[in-house]
Design a protein around this ligand. Structure first.
Ligand code: ZN
Length: 98
């Protein structure tokens, strides 16, 4: 079931949008700090941003995004920054689909 969602997500992921991930020392330290300070049922903002476009696609297609990606939903409920980012993304996606 998870595999279906993954291939589904990949199919809708816009091409060329993939960020190149450079792991310098500072980034690594921040990642580790994020893991340590985050509860195990929560995800870091970075992980949320990575999945945000996929989450938005689910919502736009009328799918149950919170069911498919509960961790993202959970994060958006608690993180103002990501919520604002998500709303901005939804706005731009909506204007694109008009
Ligand atoms: Zn966040």
């Amino acid at each position: 079931m998870k595999k279906i969602f993954q291939s589904f997500g990949n199919a809708f992921r816009p091409k060329g949008k993939k960020k190149s991930m450079t792991l310098d020392h500072q980034t690594l330290k921040e990642m580790i700090r994020g893991i340590v300070t985050t509860r195990k049922d929560e995800i870091a903002c970075d992980s949320c941003f990575d999945k945000l476009d996929q989450f938005a696609e689910f919502v736009l297609e009328g799918k149950d995004a919170s069911e498919a990606m509960p961790l993202i939903q959970h994060h958006l409920d608690h993180c103002k920054d990501c919520r604002e980012e998500f709303e901005a993304l939804m706005q731009s996606l909506k204007s694109l689909s008009k």
